[in-house]
Each structure stands twice: as C-alpha cells, then as structure tokens.
Design a protein around this ligand. Structure first.
Ligand code: MN
Length: 240
C-alpha cells in the first residue's frame, strides 16, 4: 500500500476532515441530526472508500473521530471505536452513484409525515428545487418483511434503499427518516437542511387550503449556489 492508500487521516487534506466536522455540527445545529443520524464524504484519495465519524452524537465530533470505510461499509481503521450501524446507507449509495460524493442520513422530523402518507414531498420553494415533482419513499417491509427492526443494517437493505433513490437527491424511509445525496459535502448539507425546511413549508401551505402551486419542471432545474450558506453555517458552528 502506498502512503496515499493508507486509511486514516494523517495524509488527508485537513480541509476535507475539517469540513466533515463542520457538516456534523451544522446538521446538528439545524435539527436535521440529533443524537442520531450521520453524514459521510467519499474519500478524495480513493473513490472506493468513504469517511465518516465514529458513532457518537454529531454535535460532538472532532477530527480524531474520523474512520475510513470501504464501499461494503467495512471499517478500515476503527481501532475499537464504535461505527454507525446504518452506515450501509452510505456505502451502497456510493456504489450505485459515481456522481455522489456526500450522503446524509437523518430522522429530520417534518419529513417523516410525508413518508407515511400518500402526499409526496415535492419542491415548494426555490431552495427546495432539488426535490423535484415528488420524492420516492422506500418501504423496508418490502425488503425485510413485516417483522423488521426499521434499520438499514445490511448491504442488501442499503442497496435496495440506494435503488429507490435512483438518480434523485432524496429518498424517504417510511416511518424512519431520509437519505440525501449530493455531488459534494456542502451541497449534501444544503439539501438536508432545505429538505426539512421544504417539508415545513409544504405542510403550512396545505394547511392554508386550496390548490398549492409547486415549482414547475423548469423551476426545479434551478442551479443553486451553496457557497454562501455553507460559509455562514461554518461560522455559526465556530469553524471559519
Ligand atoms: Mn436511522
């Protein structure tokens, strides 16, 4: 193994590790992650690996918590540290989507009702454009049966979730949460935050009654610059 192939973070660009710490803290601050949920980034040194923190509350992570995984979600350098049990969500999405370089799994609360009813979560305002005309819902019972424990604890379940995501940005997990994919970490964080915001706004619009005007197919293709919110959110968590 050359040094560049070594797992761990000794040779990792410190900006990547720092951004992963920031992503955890930002998502916790916005109520997307609480004591549960996780975020990962594809390893820029080796696309067949990803980086994720050890299994602790996302608000509390530091660079030393970083662990390297292969795409089968085996930890390469855990050294006894606990790993997130649902990490397969990340590995299986990276396997199927070469364009995805960051993934967030959360239980962000306002999104849950859209996973258990017939009303699709869809783009209702410009910052939610990436949700498109409807968001797929993954039903664990179809893959793990009625007697399931609601969690994605295997490659097989992760793969079926990744297939439900398809080429989209977000997939809901019935009665559980959602998974968000992005081309880079700051975009995945932006989408995870605004998936929750869009769900709130959609709920409020429906409460006002009458037909709701959603974004049309052209408006859904808006190109979002995520640099400004990313810079502001990093400042808010004390990481400039
Ligand atoms: Mn979960």
């Amino acid at each position: 193994m050359s040094q560049a192939d070594q797992p761990g973070y000794a040779d990792l660009d410190p900006a990547i590790a720092g951004d992963l710490v920031a992503a955890n803290r930002i998502l916790a601050r916005h109520g997307v992650l609480d004591s549960f949920g996780h975020v990962s980034v594809r390893d820029p040194r080796n696309p067949a690996r990803y980086l994720q923190m050890q299994a602790i509350a996302p608000r509390d992570v530091a660079i030393d918590d970083l662990i390297t995984f292969d795409l089968d979600s085996n930890a390469l350098d855990a050294r006894g540290r606990p790993v997130y049990r649902e990490r397969f969500i990340h590995g299986e999405i990276y396997k199927l989507r070469a364009d995805v370089n960051a993934v967030v799994h959360s239980h962000s609360p306002t999104v849950i009702p859209f996973s258990v009813t017939e009303k699709p979560l869809r783009a209702i305002f410009h910052n939610g454009h990436f949700l498109g005309g409807s968001t797929p819902v993954w039903e664990i019972r179809k893959h793990a049966g009625e007697n399931n424990n609601m969690l994605v604890l295997s490659q097989e379940l992760g793969r079926s979730l990744a297939l439900a995501l398809g080429q989209g940005s977000v997939v809901l997990m019935r009665g559980h949460g959602n998974a968000v994919a992005g081309p880079d970490l700051k975009t995945a964080v932006f989408r995870a935050v605004y998936t929750e915001v869009n769900a709130k706004l959609q709920m409020q619009a429906v409460l006002l009654g009458g037909p709701v005007k959603f974004l049309n197919e052209f408006e859904q293709r808006k190109q979002q610059n995520v640099d400004r919110p990313w810079a502001m959110w990093k400042k808010e968590v004390g990481m400039e």
